[in-house]
Design a protein around this ligand. Structure first.
Ligand code: SAM
Length: 346
């Protein structure tokens, strides 16, 4: 009898002691089964493949002031690092509601979160854009939320997986969608826009000083042969700013990737819609925490909180942005650009 389909898949061969490719780091993808290996990666100040290190956890928990029985909402579950802490803090009797746009990662995070608590009914997760949270909350928390967190941007799992096409560091399909089952990939999006739109996108989303030159180079190259991979895009950006020093060229690549990702996922429009509705989702005294990594996002959060305070919708809003501690910034570089703001519903 041929039972070859029952055999576990063979681990791929790689040279050297440790795997270098994202998909080959099989121990890091199964953190529960290999805790010692995960601890070693974390001790080196790195993020294991398939994982996201939650940022500013003590500051966020301090601001949310969760107690047992609370209704807590995480609008950006990601790996579930913050979500897990929130879930545990509201036990017993609490209700945790979590959403994320990414169907691939949310399914894995749901298993991790459900394993944390005995009472399954206390968790409800949904794949959705947080701009559409109203319908979910009307159904699941008609009296409003006691606490809500949004940790904006992309997760390490999305960035580090070459197949998702978010990172200029790895070659992969030029995709960048948080939900790869919806909308246009970055490569398809480039086919739909003109030079003025692309130039404006690079300038508005990333303050790119050479936006016009880069936009022209990208669209000329794309019209000759569609840019279908991340490295193809990286190459065009480098050639378009060849006069700059190498570090400046690398910074340009980083900014262009960020600007295109924001456009492909319509991130700023979603954030605007989210901020407009946010106060009406909260109970009186409900606490909101938003963590941003991009100046355009932080400006929007700051201005929406200020306006809400002036209109009497919030009784308190952060005056000075809160930053990660020096120790966290040293141990996790991704935390150094994080800006945290808090608002309390009046
Ligand atoms: C920085 S990660 C969150 C990490 C998470 N706090 C943790 O501890 O693992 C941001 C997450 O937000 C999600 N996201 C971004 N924009 C979104 C949107 N408009 N609606 C829903 N989820 C979104 C991304 O898919 C990603 O998983």
């Amino acid at each position: 009898m041929d039972n070859s389909s029952d055999r576990p898949a063979r681990r791929r061969r790689y040279s050297g002691r440790n795997p270098q490719n994202f998909q080959d780091k099989y121990k890091e993808h199964r953190s529960e089964a290999f805790p010692d290996d995960i601890a070693k990666v974390l001790d080196r100040g790195q993020t294991p493949a398939g994982m996201h290190r939650p940022i500013m956890v003590p500051e966020i928990l301090d601001a949310l002031k969760l107690v047992p029985g609370n209704v807590a909402v995480d609008c950006t579950v990601g790996y579930g690092g913050h979500a897990g802490e929130m879930l545990l803090a509201i036990q017993p009797g609490g209700r945790f509601l979590g959403v994320d746009a990414d169907p691939l990662e949310l399914a894995k995070s749901e298993c991790r979160l459900r394993a944390l608590v005995a009472h399954d009914a206390s968790i409800e997760l949904r794949r959705m854009n947080y701009a559409g949270l109203s319908t979910f909350l009307t159904e699941q928390a008609p009296d409003g939320a006691d606490a809500l967190l949004a940790d904006l941007g992309v997760s390490s799992m999305q960035l580090d997986d070459p197949e998702r096409g978010f990172s200029f560091k790895f070659d992969g399909p030029l995709d960048m969608r948080m939900n790869p089952q919806r909308g246009l990939s970055a490569s398809e999006w480039l086919s739909t826009i003109d030079q003025t739109t692309l130039s404006r996108t690079l300038f508005e989303n990333s303050d790119e000083a050479n936006a016009e030159t880069i936009a022209q180079a990208i669209l000329v190259a794309h019209s000759r042969q569609p840019l279908c991979t991340t490295f193809a895009l990286v190459q065009v950006i480098h050639s378009s700013v060849a006069k700059l020093s190498e570090p400046d060229q690398n910074m340009t690549v980083r900014r262009v990737f960020q600007a295109i990702r924001i456009a492909v996922n319509d991130e700023l429009r979603s954030l605007d819609a989210f901020l407009r509705q946010l106060p009406y989702w909260m109970k009186k005294g409900g606490r909101i925490v938003i963590l941003t990594f991009h100046s355009g996002e932080d400006r929007r959060v700051k201005s929406a909180f200020k306006q809400g305070f002036q209109e009497g919708l919030y009784s308190y809003v952060t005056q000075e942005v809160i930053r990660a501690s020096a120790a966290e910034q040293r141990s996790n570089g991704r935390s150094s650009s994080a800006k945290l703001r808090v608002a309390i519903r009046s």
